[in-house]
Design a protein around this ligand. Structure first.
Ligand code: DAH
Length: 469
């Protein structure tokens, strides 16, 4: 989940001010390798001098720009909407579960679905509206793809929550791709897909005929009348509920939400499912939980959820409602449900992969059969960093991973930092990355891997001013 960052990411945060200089030269270095993936037909992105043009709109670049042409080439790919694609099948399973779980008095689905919202959002949408503190680690340049200081590629589909509530919606789902800078391995990809949902209720819907029950504490209403605009402090976050809500309102919402979400997990994984709720923290919900399921003997986190922070509802005009929200990752679910071993496969256009899945019967989820185990090629890349530069102090590994993605694309299966060394005399730092190459659809020869490796080394030397060893 977005907010639970590893130490590695915290370290990366420490280096944001020092890695600015890596951004500008990177643009030139990428020139030779733009369009390693064909541009999606519905979206056009152009690198104009001092600006990026996406779909006819021009965004000025600045010292926060770190989005690469390679990453922009994923815009409009819409894997979650592609016919017979495993991500689309999982999305449809979740949507149809919600359609049948919640119906209005005429028998129609209560939830509406938004699955084609633009992934270009403002910092306000992605963070501020969701009450992320100004210094929250998730905002780091090392972790997000920024177009400029004001715009980024959404890091979660929760970014649309407050706008949709402002539009007057009470029950809705948002599905789409999200973008995060991360390491490279079989479960991480810079673009992946999420589905978020919100349900808001009024006092009448929540308590029915129990007219003496209230959603809000009386004292709190007094407090709000006397303090507008609403307070945004996160003081109440250690408590089991927000100060404004009554215990009965929160408990009833929690019960409904957990019931529905366990129902969803059972629908996907079978009724025998073993699960547990784990308390957690999100800036936009309080209380918050993660649902974990026991899968092949290990606890696996499948979603995050909670009671929505009332400040968000208030600012979006839903003053008298209480809501729950949740968000989940489609790749994680699809990998488990179809037994898909590598996240890159979701981007494969190989018919051997795609023909294994069909949305004809959403309740039949076949296990993926590897087309063939193509061999891996492993090459190490060692280089001296410029004087005074070290990992996380002037050199961010995520910048290196992005460069590798831009140069080599999906033939890189994994990268790991295998060695760090500081020369006792010169004081210069050296790093060694192990890069594992494997083609998803055919055998990659060692000679081909060497060629790609050489291109990475050249781009790396030029972009980061390092000396290849
Ligand atoms: N946005 C969170 C993430 O990407 C997931 C999430 C958690 C979404 C709780 C929600 C929620 O709507 O209520 O990690």
């Amino acid at each position: 989940m977005l907010i639970l960052r590893t130490c590695h990411q915290l370290n990366a945060l420490a280096s944001i001010s020092s890695n600015n200089r890596l951004v500008a030269p990177a643009k030139n270095a990428y020139k030779s390798i733009i369009n390693t993936r064909p541009m999606a037909t519905t979206v056009g992105a152009k690198d104009v001098k001092g600006a990026i043009e996406i779909n006819g709109l021009t965004y000025p670049t600045d010292d926060w720009t770190n989005v690469t042409p390679k990453i922009l080439s994923y815009l409009g790919a819409n894997k979650h909407l592609q016919r017979n694609h495993p991500l689309s099948i999982i999305r449809q399973r979740i949507v149809s579960y919600f359609y049948s779980a919640y119906r209005n008095s005429r028998g129609n689905p209560l939830f509406s679905v938004y699955d084609q919202l633009s992934p270009i959002v403002t910092v306000e949408q992605n963070f501020d509206n969701l009450l992320f503190p100004g210094d929250h680690v998730s905002r780091a340049k090392a972790d997000c793809y920024y177009i400029n200081r004001n715009h980024l590629l959404r890091a979660h589909t929760t970014a649309h929550q407050s706008d949709l509530i402002s539009c007057g919606l009470d029950n809705f789902m948002v599905a789409g791709e999200v973008y995060r800078r991360d390491e490279i391995d079989s479960t991480h990809y810079p673009v992946f897909h999420q589905l978020d949902a919100v349900r808001l209720v009024t006092k009448d819907t929540l308590f029915g005929r129990n007219l003496d029950l209230e959603i809000f504490e009386k004292d709190w209403q007094f407090h709000v009348q006397n303090h507008s605009p609403p307070q945004t402090s996160s003081k109440c976050l250690d408590e089991t509920k927000q100060a404004c809500h009554t215990l009965e309102a929160v408990k009833l919402m929690e019960h409904e939400m957990k019931n529905i979400l366990v129902g969803l997990a059972r629908d996907l994984f079978g009724t025998q499912l073993e699960y547990r709720w784990v308390d957690t923290y999100f800036p936009f919900t309080q209380p918050s939980w993660e649902l974990e399921i026991l899968y092949k003997g290990k606890w696996l986190e499948v979603l995050g959820c909670g009671i929505m922070r009332h400040e968000i509802l208030q600012r979006s005009g839903a003053h008298n409602q209480i809501g729950y929200a949740f968000g989940l990752g489609l790749e994680r679910l699809a990998m488990v449900l179809f037994d898909i071993p590598d996240i890159r496969l979701f981007w494969s256009n190989d018919s051997g992969f795609l023909n294994q899945f069909s949305e004809e019967n959403l309740h039949k989820l076949p296990k993926y059969k590897p087309v063939s185990g193509y061999p891996q090629c492993t090459n190490d890349l060692s280089f001296w960093l410029p004087t005074g530069v070290e990992v996380d102090a002037g050199f961010a590994c995520n910048d290196f991973y992005d460069l590798v993605r831009s140069v080599a694309g999906d033939v890189v299966e994994q990268i790991s930092l295998v060695d760090r060394f500081k020369h006792p005399k010169t004081g210069k730092s050296s790093v060694c990355f192990r890069i594992v190459y494997r083609h998803m659809e055919r055998t990659l020869t060692q000679a081909e891997a060497n060629q790609v490796h050489k291109r990475i080394a050249d781009a790396c030397a030029e972009t980061f001013q390092v000396q290849i060893r």
